[in-house]
Design a protein around this ligand. Structure first.
Ligand code: PLP
Length: 348
């Protein structure tokens, strides 16, 4: 039914708010028995598969509200800087409402699927010769000069809409998880989930709160190393961010919940992506696999307790970044169109 309808009473939605809806949210919370076994006795690992959202990432949860509120305020254009998924999402909602969308992307650093999406949805796509952090500064200045609605996660409605992910997890599990594992880029989503869990606790819908476990790529880990990272580098382009806008909120979430920030290498991310696909049946993009990489790392270090329930946010769909996936796996086995050739492969 879409996030605005589903959680209407928890969102700043009034009679004046346009009914924007691409049937986002209500994504599957998938129990992963084979992957759970790797993490220890009695560990229950669930993946919240945000790749099932209409534009293929969790960004839709907040974008639907940001675009609805922009329309309510009479705006007819939106602008954002993006590592890819924000632009895909903004472009989709702008298209559905017939308004303009401008997206600023770091040139050459956006996964192919995401670029294809923004262009197909009809956004004006601007490739900035600079990194994401610089593109974000430019987008902010552009928004100020033109009056376009800025729909990056500095837009407060984005983070409010993204709380719905936490609410859905609790609605399905009937409780909060013990650990909540999540990739951290611009640090909005971890902050939104923490706010969402807290709101549910206040409403008496859950009795405990999870430890918030945030994971960053080693080459773009400002929250782990506690200082901005001027030249972020990682294969996980969605979290290739050196100066997170919501760093203060994310730090609060981690310290209030007794959680941690940890870093993982690109190799560990790619290994986790293969494990998730080959042992979980779920194909998520590289950034989404940083949490699993981190959980496996904590397990190896003896820092993952047995018997706990963990939810991890699989933030985006693996199909968005086919290039990275194909660079990691073998080629198909080619045969002549004869049964003999086929039997040779099947008999192996
Ligand atoms: C945006 C994004 C992230 C990072 O989320 P933040 O709110 O910026 O921390 C992680 N994974 C994917 C797939 C994303 O699109």
């Amino acid at each position: 039914m879409g996030v605005l309808k589903h959680y209407r009473e928890l969102l700043p939605v009034t009679e004046k708010t346009p009914d924007v809806n691409l049937e986002e949210g209500s994504t599957p919370l998938i129990y992963l028995p084979r992957v759970s076994k790797r993490l220890g006795d009695g560990v229950k690992l669930y993946g919240k598969f945000e790749g099932c959202n209409p534009s293929g990432s969790f960004k839709d949860r907040g974008m639907v509200l940001a675009v609805a509120k922009a329309l309510e305020e009479g705006k007819r254009a939106v602008i954002c800087a993006s590592t890819g998924n924000t632009s895909a999402s903004a472009a989709a909602y702008a298209a559905s409402q017939g308004i303009s969308c401008f997206v600023l992307l770091p040139a050459g650093k956006v996964a192919l699927g995401k670029l294809a999406q923004a262009l197909m949805y009809g956004a004006k796509v601007i490739a900035v010769k600079g990194n994401f952090d610089r593109a974000l500064e430019l987008a902010r200045e552009g928004a100020e000069k033109t009056g376009c609605a800025m729909v990056n996660s500095v837009n407060p409605y984005r983070l409010i809409g993204q709380r719905s992910g936490a609410w859905e997890i609790c609605d399905v599990l009937g409780k909060a998880p013990d650990w909540h594992a999540i990739p951290v880029g611009n640090a909005g989503n971890i902050s939104a989930y923490w706010a969402g869990y807290n709101e549910y606790k206040k409403l008496g819908k859950i009795s405990s709160l999870p430890r918030m476990m945030g994971f960053q790529a080693e080459g773009a880990a400002p929250l782990v190393f506690n200082k901005p990272c001027p030249n972020p580098e990682t294969i996980a382009t969605a979290i290739r961010i050196g100066n997170p806008v919501s760093a203060h909120l994310a730090r609060a979430a981690v310290s209030e919940s007794g959680g941690e920030f940890n870093s993982v290498t690109d190799e560990q991310i790619l290994e986790a992506q293969r494990i998730l696909a080959a042992e979980g049946g779920v194909f998520a993009e590289p950034a989404s696999c940083a949490p699993l990489a981190g959980l496996l790392k904590l397990k190896r270090a003896g820092k993952l307790p047995d018997g706990i329930t963990i939810t991890m946010v699989l933030t985006g769909n693996g199909l968005k970044d086919p290039d990275t996936a194909m660079s990691q796996v073998g080629k198909p086995i080619e045969i002549n169109d004869t049964l003999e050739d086929l039997m040779q492969v099947l008999g192996e």
